[in-house]
Design a binder for this molecule. Structure first.
Ligand SMILES: [Zn+2]
Length: 113
C-alpha cells in the first residue's frame, strides 16, 4: 500500500445501503487507508430503520434509525473516516415487505414521467 504523501492526495468513497454495512468486510481496509493518510468518505443511503433489533435493550422500532446512525458515526470515527454523509432515504427493508411501500423508501423511487 502506498504511504505518506501519495495517500494524502487520495480520497476513497464508499456508498452503502445501511449503517453497519461499512463494517462488513471493508472497515479494516478503510482504516488502513485512513491510517496511511488518505481521506475516507462513507456515504449511507438510509438510517437502517427497517433492520432487525437483536437486543431490545438497545433500540425500539421508533429509535432504531437514530441508534444505527449513531453507530455509523462511531464506526466512521473508529475507522478514521470523515463524518458520514447520510442521503436521507428511508430503509425499504426486504423485498416484498410493507416497508417497500413507504413514500420515502429508496425502493419507491420511480423515473420521472
Ligand atoms: Zn445492510
Amino acid at each position: 500500500m502506498e504511504t505518506g504523501s501519495a495517500m494524502a492526495n487520495r480520497t476513497f468513497m464508499a456508498i452503502f445501503a445501511h449503517p453497519d454495512d461499512e463494517s462488513f468486510g471493508t472497515a479494516g481496509t478503510f482504516a488502513a487507508l485512513a491510517r496511511a493518510g488518505a481521506r475516507v468518505v462513507l456515504v449511507c443511503a438510509t438510517r437502517g430503520e427497517a433492520g432487525e433489533i437483536s437486543d431490545p435493550a438497545l433500540a425500539t422500532p421508533d429509535t432504531l434509525g437514530a441508534v444505527r446512525e449513531q453507530e455509523l458515526r462511531c464506526s466512521a470515527q473508529a475507522i478514521g473516516a470523515d463524518s458520514p454523509i447520510l442521503l436521507g432515504y428511508r430503509d425499504s427493508g426486504m423485498a416484498g415487505t410493507i416497508e417497500n411501500e413507504h413514500e420515502d423508501a429508496f425502493a419507491t423511487l420511480r423515473p420521472m414521467p
